[in-house]
Design a binder for this molecule. Structure first.
Ligand SMILES: *Cc1c(COP(=O)(O)O)cnc(C)c1O
Length: 367
């Protein structure tokens, strides 16, 4: 038992002095809405995605929704998406007027199974949305080949995977759109915020129009658009965080390597060949029940989380109208939902924290 020592939370968002100073600087300037800070943030984020165009928006969900709106989905158009993800992945498809088609994951990476995606293609399929879950990149080379063969768009949900890569190519640099989130618990944040990355200048322009009422010039509306602008205050915070991302990512990876080497009696997260994992979450599998395991960790002062206990295809908005589960058979998804536990992995963990996490997990696993 660790009794008197502080509880280690599952995540610890950073709002440091530099972030506060950046926000105050913008607030004092009086120019707070989308402006020069947003433009600079977009410019700087571009370095993370091989120089692609970047369009900042007010959340990761907005990034996904706007990308799909820009594809002009028509009712009945299908988007293939893993069910083992945060609901935003499928919500965005619905919000953009499309129909999510759920597919299974690979048991190792927890990411979309390319063969399952291939099997789910129908004449109505317009896009595939791989999710780089927990910071592990999906099998993008296979997904891109599949999409090219069938003329499909690829929208990457990179909300958890800033700076993850496959064989040196960063996530967000594969599909027509890469969608990042800057929610406080993500690997970097801007309080709330998101970024869309694209290699297509015309697509980027369309995203900029959609983000701002369909206007480039004020009151010269070209198309119907939303207001999904990021504030300059948020962008200033995001720029500070972006400057720290590389160091934080290295610390996350070092923490993961320590846990990999020292955890016993649980399945540690495997990494695909060629994958650069950025450990938004460090997710183990346990047998015999997550609740008990989490309770054991908590008793020992270690927080944890289950992402996600209910696969999206089992959530109410995605059930059949009679309340039954849709036609999908997703055994790996259901299995993962009943086994996964994410441990603290954030950059601020100390050596002592890491030792305590290992001791707690090994005790509970052996108990
Ligand atoms: C966080 C997250 C989102 C949504 O991002 P927000 O900024 O919270 O809107 C989408 N997809 C995944 C996989 C996420 O983890």
């Amino acid at each position: 038992m660790t009794g008197s020592r502080a509880f280690i939370p599952p995540a610890r968002p950073v709002i440091g002095e530099e972030e506060i100073e950046a926000a105050v600087r913008v607030l004092r300037s009086g120019m707070v809405v989308q402006g020069p800070e947003v433009a600079a943030f977009e410019q700087e984020f571009s370095a993370l995605v091989d120089g692609r165009h970047c369009v900042a928006v007010n959340s990761g969900t907005s990034a996904l929704q706007l990308s799909l709106l820009a594809l002009d989905l028509k009712p009945g158009d299908e988007v293939i998406v893993p069910s083992f993800s945060f609901a935003a992945s499928a919500n965005s498809v619905r919000l953009a007027g499309g129909t999510p088609v759920f597919v299974d994951i690979e048991p190792g990476s927890f990411c979309i199974d390319p063969d399952a995606a291939a099997a789910a293609i129908t004449p109505r399929t317009v896009a595939i949305m791989p999710v780089h879950l927990y910071g592990h990149p999906a099998k993008m080379e296979q997904i891109m080949a599949l999409a090219q063969a069938h003329g499909l768009a690829v929208v990457e949900d990179a909300a958890q995977a800033h700076a993850a890569a496959v064989n040196g190519t960063p996530v967000g640099a594969f599909g027509i759109a890469g969608c990042f989130s800057f929610y406080p618990t993500k690997n970097m944040h801007s309080l709330e915020g998101g970024m869309i990355t694209t290699g297509d200048a015309e697509f980027a322009r369309k995203l900029r129009l959609l983000r701002n009422q369909g206007m480039e010039q004020r009151y010269q509306n070209e198309i119907v658009g939303a207001n999904m602008r990021l504030t300059d205050v948020a962008a200033a915070i995001g720029r500070v965080q972006l400057g720290k991302l590389a160091g934080w990512t290295e610390k996350r990876r070092a923490n993961a390597a320590y846990l990999d080497a020292n955890l016993k009696g649980v399945a540690v997260p495997p990494v695909d060949e060629g994958a650069h994992h950025v450990y938004h979450q460090y997710t183990i599998r346990v047998q015999g029940g997550q609740d008990e395991f989490q309770a054991g960790l908590k008793e020992r002062g270690v927080g944890s989380g289950v992402y996600y206990p209910i696969p999206i295809h089992r959530l109410k908005p995605f059930l059949n109208s009679d309340g039954s589960v849709g036609p999908w058979k997703l055994p790996e998804t259901d299995k993962a939902a009943g086994e996964v536990i994410s441990l603290p992995i954030m950059p601020s963990l100390t050596d002592d924290d890491l030792e305590r996490i290992v001791a707690a997990v090994n005790e509970v696993a052996g108990a």
